[in-house]
Design a protein around this ligand. Structure first.
Ligand SMILES: [Zn+2]
Length: 414
């Protein structure tokens, strides 16, 4: 039987511990040079082969080539940043449930060994201790594993979607809480043909192989998406020179000179971040029409809702300081730091959390249409009480013993 590792259904991230490499200054320097070369190659579209590059060091007895390909930078993948991985739950389905719902929460990983949880719908672990993830084998029940923090992100995405999209008009959607039965059926529909994760857009990374590979430069994919690192990010402030330009300037030679600011703002809202940047450079009128910080704050918070705590922090800053934030600079800064996060250096380490959250938010956005389809189709008969959903998110972290004692399919047959 083929052995493989399952991943979080919401982020496709690891549900076991990650591996960190040597902390030797020499080895670290060489590793970071390779990661930077690969990062630059990605940015320019040039080919780069980590393996070939690494084998140039094969006569360097200090460097373990195999380890260097499969371990994170110990100064980036710190215990504080990766501890969240251990807090895991699964969503399963119990057709014999006596309670108000057929869904239950269990805890575990891989082909999961499940201890007793707090959900009243969970069947007795004496009757069935092991569950398959994603794909059923030997008639076992299928469950879907997820990080507790990823479920918290999904809840945020769900709340945001209700107030910013047309989903709230979905028939039968009358709850501010995620219906776990409908979520289970959405997971099931997205797992057809997939054994270790769902058919979702999880972003551009390569760690989720047959087994999780802690690829150097991808430390951000295993970073706590809800860490408080956003509090340490330096907010750019408006310079005195910029403040003097807060006036409407018109130029007869500018093609956009006759267009009202309100229309220019709408045009800006339709442009990608790259096109928006070009638009601002191309037209001085547009540049001047978008000098007001309020425009950029609104644009940033609407386009980058996954950075909700950063926007909350700017609001706190405004109430506590007279130094205005340069929201235009902040918007482009957040975009730049989180859109191509491969190879983040230590100095940018505080951005890894937001970069991973952006990735997870995107996957959850990709999931929501399937969830709402499931709600509309009425595939479920009853709704799980909201306090059960909250309990799943706020549940006790798993013991590490349970996580690392997990059993994979076939591992006991060798
Ligand atoms: Zn996850």
């Amino acid at each position: 039987m083929i052995e493989y590792e399952c991943y979080c259904c919401l982020c496709c991230g690891p549900i076991v511990r990650t591996q960190v490499g040597s902390s030797s200054p020499y080895v670290l320097r060489k590793r970071r040079e390779r990661v930077e070369m690969r990062r630059l190659a990605q940015m320019t579209g040039d080919p780069y082969n980590s393996v070939l590059n690494l084998y140039e060091d094969e006569y360097d007895e200090v460097i373990d080539i195999s380890e260097e390909l499969t371990t994170y930078d110990p100064d980036l993948a710190t215990g504080e940043r990766t501890h969240w991985i251990k807090s895991l739950q699964v969503l399963g389905f119990n057709p014999e449930a006596i309670g108000p719902s057929k869904c239950e929460y269990k805890r575990g990983r891989g082909m999961i060994e499940v201890p007793n949880g707090s959900d009243p719908n969970q069947p007795s672990v004496d009757a069935d201790t092991y569950y398959n993830c994603y794909k059923s084998e030997n008639g076992n029940d299928v469950v879907f594993p997820f990080h507790c923090k990823c479920m918290a992100v999904l809840k945020k995405v769900y709340e945001w979607s209700l107030s910013h999209t047309s989903y709230k008009r979905v028939k039968s959607l009358d709850s501010a809480e995620i219906d776990m039965d409908s979520l289970y059926f959405a997971f099931a529909a997205l797992s057809e043909g997939f054994n270790t994760f769902l058919d979702l857009d999880y972003g551009n990374f390569f760690g989720a192989d047959e087994f999780w590979i802690s690829i150097p430069g991808e430390e951000w994919t295993a970073t706590d998406p809800l860490s408080s690192a956003v509090e340490t990010i330096e907010l750019p402030l408006v310079s005195t020179a910029s403040r003097s330009l807060y006036s409407r300037v018109r130029s007869s030679s500018d093609a956009f000179g006759a267009i009202p600011n309100e229309i220019l703002h709408i045009i800006c809202d339709y442009l990608s971040v790259e096109d928006l940047s070009s638009f601002l450079i191309a037209s001085f009128v547009v540049h001047c029409a978008t000098l007001e910080p309020a425009f950029w704050k609104s644009l940033g918070s609407s386009r980058l809702p996954w950075a909700w705590d950063l926007w909350e922090r700017t609001t706190r800053h405004e109430s506590q300081s007279e130094l205005p934030i340069d929201y235009k600079k902040l918007y482009f800064l957040v975009e730049a730091r989180t859109s191509h996060p491969y190879g983040m250096t230590i100095s940018l380490g505080d951005w890894m959390s937001l970069a991973n959250r952006r990735r997870i938010w995107t996957a959850c956005l990709d999931l929501l249409p399937h969830y709402f389809d499931s709600v509309e189709e009425g595939e479920t008969e009853e709704t799980i009480p909201s306090d059960s959903a909250d309990a799943a998110i706020e549940g006790e972290p798993l013991s590490t013993a349970l996580l690392f004692d997990a059993v994979y399919p076939g591992s006991d047959e060798d």
